[in-house]
Write a protein that binds this ligand. Structure first.
Ligand code: 13P
Length: 288
């Protein structure tokens, strides 16, 4: 099945009271692991690409080529959207031109009026192309690929104004953080999430910083309208741990254990395990 916009995937999730994982990819192994798991579990999925990961993989056109090739040759029939994560204005335009089917324009660090104007322009361009748009209000805490946020609680009134630009789904800070959660983390603010939901109506909401949020909080967020949960750090840490174990056990020194197809296999399996765990927890299994 060809890449699709994320709009239908998220609206179905919102209506069905489950969430779909958006998993950040970094290379071929990552992409293959996520697609194979989604297919096995019959789950829709978003492949998320940060601008840093885009550069790392050679550029947006390379990613589009890789993903389209895998969809065809692995016979992937579940809905898959290729989504820019935390994009700049220029990055979002480049991704759309390259063939991404969904973009996040993140103007949350800008003064609100500027974020609003740029979001409107991205929506105009994207919707002519059938590309879905995510925007952000209130920065997500922590650091991801050089994007640093202080972790504000979004203002529901600002969420409503941004939602009214015609975006397809909204990321709003509710105390969530990219990367590991500190010991003294206060947890998600469900009060803020409820207020955002009340202000914005039916628009699907997005929860960033999905790694390490306790499952009961995740499920409560889904109950309150979250339809997409972003996962990055957890895949990175399990990939690194599995690769470390392989090397520490000396397996790269046994026979042809140095072959990258062997060396990277435990890490790829670890990503599959995380993807499976998230799809099961978020309720997206058998929803394709
Ligand atoms: P984590 O790295 O905390 O899983 O967050 C991912 C994310 O929100 C990507 O935008």
């Amino acid at each position: 099945m060809a890449l699709v916009s994320a709009k239908g995937i998220l609206e179905a999730a919102r209506d069905g009271h489950y969430a779909v994982p958006a998993i950040n990819i970094n290379n071929l192994e990552w992409t293959k692991a996520v697609l194979e798991t989604a297919q096995e579990l019959k789950s829709p999925v978003l492949l998320a690409v940060s601008e840093g990961a885009g550069k790392y993989m050679g550029g947006y056109k390379t990613i589009v080529g890789m993903v389209n090739g895998l969809l065809e040759e692995l016979n992937i029939t579940v809905p898959v959207a290729l989504h820019l994560d935390h994009g700049s204005f220029e990055g979002a335009k480049e991704c759309m031109a390259a063939g991404f089917t969904s973009v996040m324009y993140d103007g949350s660090a800008l003064p609100f009026e500027e974020n609003l104007a740029q979001t409107k322009e991205i929506v105009r361009i994207a919707h002519e192309l059938g590309v879905s748009v995510e925007a952000e209000v209130g920065s997500i805490g922590g650091e991801e690929d050089g994007i640093v946020g202080t972790g504000e609680l979004a203002d529901p009134k600002e969420c409503k104004i941004i939602a009214d630009t015609g975006i397809d789904f909204l990321a709003a800070g509710i105390g969530n953080i990219h990367g590991a959660y500190p010991e003294n983390w206060a947890g998600l603010s469900f009060e803020t999430l409820q207020a955002i939901k009340d202000a914005t109506g039916n628009i699907p909401l997005v929860l960033h910083g999905g790694s390490g949020i306790p499952e009961e909080q995740t499920l409560k967020a889904v109950d309150l309208g979250v339809a997409k949960i972003n996962i990055n750090t957890e895949c990175q840490t399990v990939f690194a741990a599995a690769t470390r174990k392989y090397i520490e056990e000396g397996k790269d020194l046994e026979g042809k254990g140095f072959d990258p197809r062997k060396l990277l296999a435990p890490g790829a399996q670890a990503i599959k395990d995380v993807a499976k765990e998230k799809m099961t927890a978020f309720g997206s299994v058998n929803k394709a």
